[in-house]
Design a binder for this molecule. Sequence first.
Ligand code: NAP
Length: 262
Amino acid sequence: MSLPPPSPRGTALITGASSGIGAAMARALASRGYGTTLVARDVNRLRRLADELRTYGARVEIVEADLTSRTDRAELQACVKRTGLAVDILVNGAGAATRGSIAECDLDVELRHMELNMISVVDLCRTFVDGMIARNSGAILNIASTAAFKPMDRQGTYAASKAFVLSFTRTLRHELQDTPVTVTALCPGPVATDFDRRAGFAAEEIAAIPSVMWKSADDVAAVAVDALERGAELCIPGRANVADATMSLLKTKQLASQAVSR
Ligand SMILES: NC(=O)c1ccc[n+]([C@@H]2O[C@H](COP(=O)([O-])OP(=O)(O)OC[C@H]3O[C@@H](n4cnc5c(N)ncnc54)[C@H](OP(=O)(O)O)[C@@H]3O)[C@@H](O)[C@H]2O)c1
């Protein structure tokens, strides 16, 4: 069993909890008795979710934070410290993407998303892992994507940022192998959330994705909690998405085998 048991002074800190997979992770963990600390910018959505989770009898705090801001990330750490709670489970779920070519993108937006998708993940892992090591207990779930396995036209920085999350997560896991702290990368394929609309996908693009690849946020959260319980290194929800990731890896292998140098 790799998921620390629920405890009155422990919390599961979940970023991106106002929506989609993050909110589903909060429901899944709260329904198992975990106190949760919900983090996002939309405080009204966080309040509504907190009210719902309290009906399960769970302890909940909310923290409004723009995770692209280093100041907000430091304030999040200070806020957790003030509560006296220990972050036993960290779910880095906040993420965002745009749709468009690298040559035509709005650089400021891309750089903000890169700060959110990569830098905030490194920052929060670094911030909370020390306590987990000291307590000999902890679990980290970083949400990457099947986009981590391949370059993606018109989603160049997003796919690269998820490749970063996957690589970083596997390294952190390896570095912690002699501790009881587990680190898991969740790589979903398409999930029915607000994500695509926010990223600016056209309805036709969404409709073109084969139905077999789609998962609900609740299904993804259930598979992710199971992976956390097993202390798994990698979790890809759905056979079609496992096949997609495998194909991407085979293409990379083929590329490497052709890149023979003298
Ligand atoms: N949906 C998919 O198809 C899919 C597939 C693979 C991987 N993923 C990954 O799964 C994760 C969750 O995505 P989702 O599908 O649940 O999307 P979503 O419904 O759009 O949720 C994204 C979450 O990130 C938060 N967020 C965005 N910008 C933020 C910021 N600057 N500071 C703090 N929080 C911020 C949002 O909250 P606020 O707006 O309230 O701040 C929201 O809670 C992301 O990392 C995404 O890359 C999604």
